[in-house]
Design a binder for this molecule. Structure first.
Ligand SMILES: NC(=O)c1ccc[n+]([C@@H]2O[C@H](COP(=O)([O-])OP(=O)(O)OC[C@H]3O[C@@H](n4cnc5c(N)ncnc54)[C@H](O)[C@@H]3O)[C@@H](O)[C@H]2O)c1
Length: 336
């Protein structure tokens, strides 16, 4: 079985170039969301703790079975640890044998950003030029770079309650073509923004900005609120925008829409991809993708990276699965 480390993922992204890699991931997601009826889907298995959440996220079709282990611990950065870390596994359904075990902390950041872009492709104005991001922690640059690969961004407005996170964000993106504009508040950041990403981590109900603070035609990628009791926008806000989710049974428990009735949700993302429902219908409407992270996205990036790792000859074969001449002689392994 092949193991892909953080170094392997870095090598892959460097070999392909960040923009090309992200496009590959977006295209993979579009293909995979377009095959919605081919999967065995389920909400994730979630274990809640006072300080965070630990989750298992499975998804499979007739070829691959995938799952991810992931946490969310908003207090971790105060102790020098990441809020979100993850590991993923892809296996062959014919034999049940695992094919790759991979780091998924980076891959989660990539697939979350790429899923936001996929939603934006259907829900944002194609001429969007200003992006605002609230929360400039671990996920932030991935979000911005993915959107910059699809939209012609001229300005990125940003705000975080932690000035250190804002400095880190501006350092990491200082060589990009767009203008970086630090803001004093979330409300200042979203001023006249066509694309808004909310990526804060706080285990509480927040209202980062209100409906009156954003412009007509804006698209919001609400990705920070992703478990019960953890939201970023008010019910007043949600009641006035077109809401799209990944998988309703999961998002109703975990997303911004945990505050709403199910009938407030316009569509699941796959319905836009499969052209069952139209996405944006005019230049004025305000659209919101309520992203909580769905197992199909992990399946998709695992499948994509599995193929790419073969092509780029990356990863290390490790003896984690027994290889036996006589498959009944497992005990014989102890003697050799
Ligand atoms: N939807 C998904 O698929 C998905 C995937 C990954 C992470 N997430 C979620 O996204 C959020 C961000 O993840 P991360 O890894 O970047 O976390 P992080 O802890 O690295 O960064 C979060 C940032 O938000 C800032 N913040 C908190 N409250 C704020 C506020 N009111 N206004 C402005 N800034 C504020 C913090 O200072 C911090 O810098 C988390 O809640 C995480 O659970 C969702």
């Amino acid at each position: 079985m092949k193991v892909l480390t953080i170094t392997d993922i870095r090598k892959l992204v460097q070999a392909m170039g960040l923009e090309v890699f992200l496009k590959h991931v977006v295209n993979g997601l579009e293909t995979d969301f377009g095959r919605w009826n081919e999967y065995t889907l389920s909400p994730r298995h979630r274990t809640l703790y006072p300080h965070g959440v630990i989750e298992l996220m499975p998804c499979s079709d007739q070829q691959f079975y995938a799952f991810k282990y992931v946490n969310g611990h908003p207090g971790n950065p105060l102790n020098g640890k990441l809020n979100v870390v993850a590991l993923g596994l892809l296996s062959d359904v014919t034999s049940g044998y695992p094919l790759i075990l991979t780091e998924m902390t980076l891959l989660t950041a990539f697939r979350t950003a790429a899923t936001g872009v996929l939603a934006a492709k259907y829900l944002a104005r194609p001429d969007a030029g200003t992006l605002a991001i609230i929360g400039t922690g671990a996920q932030a640059e991935f979000q911005v770079m993915a959107f910059a690969g699809y939209f012609k961004l001229d300005t990125v407005r940003y705000f975080d309650t932690d000035p250190g996170a804002m400095r880190k964000f501006s350092r990491n993106l200082s060589d990009q073509m767009f203008r970086l504009l630090p803001c004093q508040s979330a409300i200042e950041a979203v001023y006249h923004a066509d694309l808004v990403v909310t990526a804060t981590a706080a285990k509480k109900r927040q209202a980062l900005f209100e409906f009156e603070d954003i412009v007509d035609g804006a698209f919001i990628h609400a990705m920070g609120g992703d478990c019960p009791g953890k939201t970023e926008l008010s019910i007043h806000f949600l009641n006035q925008v077109k809401l799209v989710v990944e998988y309703l049974p999961q998002t109703l428990a975990e997303g911004e829409v945990q505050q709403c009735e199910a009938d407030r949700v316009y569509a699941e993302l796959w319905e836009l991809v499969c052209k069952i429902k139209p996405g944006r219908q005019n230049n004025q409407e305000i659209t919101l993708f309520d992203s909580v992270g769905f197992a199909l996205e992990d399946y998709s990036i695992l499948r994509t990276v599995y193929e790419l790792a073969k092509g780029y000859n990356l990863g290390t074969e490790l003896p984690l699965i027994p290889e036996l001449k006589d498959p009944k002689n497992l005990f014989g392994l102890l003697a050799s």
